[in-house]
Write a protein that binds this ligand. Structure first.
Ligand code: PLP
Length: 398
C-alpha cells in the first residue's frame, strides 16, 4: 500500500468556511469570509466590459491553439503599463519582462520557483499576518520563510517600527514579500512616507523585493495603488511583481495573472526570461488563454477600457461606502469606535473581533467570517448591513 499512511490535510480555513456556510440552512445567513467582490445584491457578477470583450472574442477568435509559454506579448505589455504607468521605462525598455501565469497565485508560485531554481535566495520574509497561501507557496517552491510583524493590534495600525526592526535581521540577498496595496487580511497599507523608507531600506540592505499586487484599483485608484511598486522601482534595480486580474476584472475563475521581473539591464532581463520560461514550462507548460485575451481586448480598446475603469471605480466606491456606513452604524448602536475600518483599504478589514466573537457571530447569527477577525467588506450591502451591525453589537457587548 502506498497511500494508507497519508494524514488528512486540515481544511483550508477560508474554503472550509464556505463549505460550512453552504450547509447552514438559516435564511438570513451572511458570508463575510469569502474573498470575492459582491454587488449590493450580494452577487459576484461578470463585468459589462468583460461580457463585451467576450462577444468580440467569440466573433473574432480563430483558434484555441497553445499560447506562447509566457503568454501573448501584448498582454504582458499592457500589464506593465498598469503596474508602472504608460510612460515608464519598464513598459517597453526591455528591463522588465512579463509572463502570463494562472492567477496571482500562479505568478507567486512561478516567481518563487524561479528564485529557488536559480539559487537566487533561500529565505523569503512574509508579513504576519498575510494571505495564508503565501506561506505554503513559499515552502512548496522550496523556500524557507520568516515572518515580519505587520499589524499593531492595539492601534489597528501598521506595526511599522517593528516591521523594519525585524527586517533588519534579514541577510543580504533574502527576499521580502510585500503587498502592493489593500493588504490581505488587515486592509492596512504603508503611507507614502513609509513606502519611501521601505524602498530605500530594501535597497540599502540588498534585499530582493517580491511584490504581490492582487488588488490594483481596489484601494484608491489604478494609479494611486501603484505608488508602492513605483517607489520600490525608484530605488531597487531588481525585483519581482505578481499581479492578478482576478479581482479588478472579476475574472476569478479564468486564472489570469502576470509575473513581472525587473532586472538592472536588458541583457540580464533576456536571460531571466529564458529561465522564467523553464519554470513555466515545467509547471504548466503554457498558460490558459481566455482570461488574458479578455484583459488584452478590454485594455487595448479605449471605450472598453473606460468602461472597465468606471466599473472598477464602482466596486471601489461601494466598498468605501460600506466601510463608512458600518463604522457609523456600529457607533450609533453603541458597539464602540470602529472608525479604523474607514482607514483600511480594499476588500478586507481586520475588525478587531476575537476568535470567540467570530464564533458567536456564526453560531448565533449565521454570520461567517475568518477566525482571525477578518471580514470581507465587499460582502456587506444595504440589505444585510443592519443585521450585521445588530450581531456585532450583541457580541461585543456580551
Ligand atoms: N495575493 C493575495 C494577497 C490574495 O488575497 C489573493 C487572492 O485572494 C491572491 C494573491 C491570489 O489571487 P488569484 O485568485 O489571482 O490567484
Amino acid at each position: 500500500m502506498f497511500f494508507d499512511r497519508i494524514d488528512a490535510a486540515p481544511a483550508d480555513p477560508i474554503l472550509g468556511l464556505n463549505e460550512a456556510f453552504k450547509k447552514d440552512t438559516r435564511a438570513n445567513k451572511t458570508n463575510l469570509g469569502v474573498g470575492v467582490y459582491q454587488n449590493n445584491e450580494g452577487k459576484t457578477v461578470i463585468l459589462d466590459c468583460v461580457k463585451e470583450a467576450e462577444k468580440i472574442l467569440l466573433e473574432k477568435e480563430e483558434t484555441k491553439s497553445y499560447l506562447p509559454i509566457t503568454g501573448l506579448p501584448e498582454f504582458g505589455r499592457l500589464a506593465r503599463e498598469l503596474i508602472f504607468g504608460k510612460d515608464s521605462e519598464f513598459v517597453d525598455g526591455g528591463k522588465a519582462v512579463s509572463c502570463h501565469c494562472p492567477g496571482g497565485t500562479g505568478a507567486l508560485r512561478i516567481g518563487a520557483d524561479f528564485i529557488h531554481q536559480q539559487n537566487i535566495a533561500s529565505t523569503i520574509w512574509i508579513s504576519d499576518p498575510t494571505w495564508a497561501n503565501h506561506y505554503q507557496i513559499a515552502t512548496s517552491a522550496g523556500l524557507k520563510f520568516e515572518r515580519y510583524p505587520y499589524y499593531d493590534r492595539a492601534n489597528h495600525n501598521l506595526a511599522f517600527d517593528r516591521m523594519i526592526e525585524t527586517l533588519s535581521q534579514a541577510k543580504e540577498g533574502d527576499v521580502v514579500l510585500l503587498h502592493a496595496c489593500c493588504h490581505n487580511p488587515t486592509g492596512i497599507d504603508p503611507t507614502h512616507e513609509q513606502w519611501e523608507i521601505i524602498a530605500k531600506f530594501l535597497a540599502e540592505k540588498k534585499l530582493l523585493p517580491f511584490i504581490d499586487f492582487a488588488y490594483q484599483g481596489f484601494g484608491h485608484g489604478i494609479e494611486e495603488d501603484a505608488f508602492g511598486v513605483r517607489t520600490i522601482a525608484k530605488y531597487n534595480p531588481e525585483f519581482l511583481i505578481a499581479s492578478s486580474f482576478s479581482k479588478n476584472f472579476g475574472l476569478y475563475s479564468e486564472r489570469s495573472g502576470v509575473l513581472t521581473v525587473v532586472s538592472a539591464d536588458v541583457e540580464t532581463a533576456v536571460k531571466v526570461m529564458s529561465q522564467v520560461k523553464i519554470a513555466v514550462r515545467t509547471a504548466i507548460s503554457n498558460p490558459p488563454a481566455h482570461g488574458e485575451k479578455i484583459v488584452t481586448t478590454v485594455l487595448s480598446d479605449p471605450t472598453l477600457r473606460a468602461k472597465w475603469e468606471d466599473e472598477l471605480k464602482g466596486m471601489r466606491e461601494r466598498i468605501s461606502k460600506m466601510r463608512v456606513l458600518l463604522s457609523h452604524k456600529l457607533k450609533d448602536a453603541g458597539a464602540g469606535d470602529f472608525d479604523f475600518i474607514t482607514e483600511q483599504n480594499g476588500m478586507f478589514s481586520f475588525s478587531g473581533l476575537d476568535k470567540d466573537q467570530i464564533e458567536a457571530l456564526k453560531r448565533d447569527f449565521g454570520i461567517y467570517a475568518v477566525a482571525s477577525g477578518r471580514i470581507c467588506v465587499a460582502g456587506i450591502n444595504s440589505n444585510n448591513i443592519d443585521s450585521i451591525v445588530e450581531a456585532i453589537t450583541a457580541v461585543v457587548k456580551k
